[in-house]
Design a binder for this molecule. Structure first.
Ligand code: NAP
Length: 523
């Protein structure tokens, strides 16, 4: 069986001791083993900081961008092989796996474009010089320089390619070396990406390391020049925030966690209108795509009571016609969830909602006969639609995220109560509103935006070319307050700030000007 090794301190290290087994999510056949036991995390950290860091900082933004572009091309050239691993190990349909791999390549390319804009410089100059006295003799100037530590990236199981690439692209462009750790259960694709990057010599020595398995004592080594960026459950995020060195040494921590994303249909959107259809399409896609395992997937569907029946009917139609089964088949739209544990958690979550009073409209358990799958095999969950009698009938739906092919209908009668219920989710990554009524959209925007990282507005003007709310864009920030972790990633140039220190340079004007003369002015 394939043994997944870690790539640290410039070499591949196979772990010892008890290993985790990675399986095929459809057949449950073992595919690989991983363990990081025996990895010298002290040497891994030191190599990244002392070899990778200086190498990256010696390069200009443009030069770092050229490496990101080469990385992007490498993923594109290897996409069929990588997608095959996503289909087998993570239960992705071909389209799900494409979403992950192409998303990774596009994000790397987007940051290569940002690098081209920044050009041949090592320094970012933030805004204009500020006169501190009556003349320009005394000046203040804000500048950004890379931290001289290491970025540790701990990723979730659902996007092994994109998760690695979207975090690494930003840190590497900033000039900070990365130690990347995928979730173990679906690590095959990320491991292959790392193998390819090493074989093709894509990055300078020490710039990107990879951990297959647990993080050992790595996190306790982090200090004030390091960054810990995490995607996963809120409880692991809280654990990381509570690490003694994280608190005492002000380690920068970015958390992307759970999110009870909402889709809101405006009272004006008539069944049959383009806006209504866009809403139904987005909700149904988020139940079926990646078997609902997207951090951005719509979990709560807010619908005017007068439209409830029409929406229910349209969603039932779409969800019952989505074919569940072996994700390698072209006629299948919904694959299994990634692991047995994930399947158990999703089924238990649905039952908790039902026990608390939510009605199961469709699904709710195992699918009858997943296409092309041996009976009893695979981590399948039927696409599930639940419905609550009112916004407040089942408080649990505003508190608990079922991370699978499941969403809940919530009828509303007035905008203010609906806004309060959206906010009851405790902070989200993204929500979407579907309406052509400007006054309604304005009230909703002002009411919910501060509880969200992104608000997507769907209407008839953009229905034809709309980008779904579940698609994270490299040019827009990804993250959200509260339950969503309080983090912020991507957003073009904005994302770099996690890995850069902003310093106010203060002194004799001409001296300050000469020090920043070859910097790139931003902001
Ligand atoms: P999880 O248990 O928190 O695991 C996430 C990552 O953290 C994995 O790489 C895991 O490694 C690692 N990890 C867990 N405990 C650790 C510890 N004590 N020390 C070091 N590393 C540790 O999350 P999950 O349940 O697999 O993921 C699902 C959750 O992620 C969902 O709730 C979903 O909402 C959230 N999510 C959020 C986003 C976002 O962008 N906001 C994206 C995707 C998923 P191992 O695999 O080796 O255990």
């Amino acid at each position: 069986m394939e043994q997944l090794a870690s790539y640290v301190a410039g070499g591949w290290v196979e772990g010892t001791g008890k290993k985790a087994t990675l399986v095929n999510a459809t057949t449950e056949a073992p595919m690989a083993e991983a363990s990081s036991e025996g990895v010298d995390f002290g040497a891994a950290y030191a190599h990244a900081r002392d070899v990778g860091g200086p190498a990256l900082r010696a390069m200009t933004f443009k030069e770092r961008g050229a490496r990101l572009r080469a990385f992007s091309k490498l993923l594109h050239a290897s996409r069929d092989e990588l997608m095959g691993l996503g289909i087998a190990n993570a239960g992705n349909t071909r389209s799900d796996a494409k979403f992950d791999v192409d998303g990774a390549a596009m994000t790397l390319a987007a940051y290569a474009d940002v690098a081209d804009e920044l050009g041949e410089t090592h320094l970012l100059v933030d805004g204009e010089p500020i006169n501190l006295g009556r003349s320009s003799k005394l000046t203040g100037q804000h500048v950004w320089l890379p931290l001289q530590g290491v970025a540790v990236h701990v990723n979730a199981f659902n996007f092994p390619a994109w998760g690695l690439a979207e975090k690494a692209a930003v840190a590497l462009l900033a000039g900070v070396p990365v130690i990347s750790k995928p979730a173990t259960s679906t690590a095959l694709m990320a491991h292959r990406i790392m193998r390819l990057a090493v074989e093709q010599d894509i990055l300078p020595r020490g710039a990107l390391a990879f951990v297959a398995g647990g993080t050992g004592d790595l996190l306790s080594r982090l200090g004030g020049q390091d960054v810990l960026a995490f995607t996963g459950s809120g409880s692991t995020g809280a654990l990381f925030r509570g690490l003694a060195n994280v608190g005492s040494q002000s380690v920068r921590v970015n958390v992307e966690a759970d999110s009870l994303n909402a889709a809101i249909l405006g009272p004006d959107a008539e069944p049959g209108s383009e806006t209504f259809d866009l809403f139904v399409k987005d909700v149904a896609r988020d139940v079926t795509q990646k078997a609902g395992q997207k951090c951005t997937a719509i979990r709560r569907v807010f619908v005017p009571t007068s439209r409830l029946e029409a929406v229910r009917e349209a969603l039932v139609d779409r969800l019952t016609s989505a074919k569940v089964g072996d994700p390698s088949r072209d006629d299948v739209q919904v694959g299994p969830v990634a692991t047995k544990k994930q399947q158990e958690d999703v089924l238990a979550g649905i039952q908790r909602f039902a026990a608390a009073g939510a009605k199961i409209v469709v699904g709710g358990g195992l699918p009858a006969e997943p296409l092309g799958v041996e009976k009893g095999r695979g981590f399948f969950v039927a696409p599930t639609l639940l419905e609550c009698a009112s916004l407040s009938a089942v408080p649990l739906v505003h508190e608990h995220e079922v991370f699978g092919p499941c969403t809940t209908l919530l009828p509303y009668d007035d905008t203010a109560s609906m806004i309060a219920a959206v906010r009851a989710g405790g902070g989200g990554l993204v929500s979407s509103a579907y309406s052509d009524d400007k006054a309604f959209v304005r009230e909703l925007f002002l009411g919910v935006a501060s509880a969200l990282g992104r608000l997507v507005l769907g209407n008839e003007k953009i229905a034809a070319g709309a980008i779904p709310p579940g698609t994270v864009m490299a040019s827009l920030v990804h993250g959200g307050p509260g339950r969503a972790g309080g983090g912020e990633e991507l957003g073009g140039l904005r994302g770099l700030s996690l890995y850069l220190q902003r310093t106010a340079l203060q002194g004799y004007g001409p001296l300050v000007a000469s020090l920043v003369a070859d910097g790139k002015k931003i902001g």
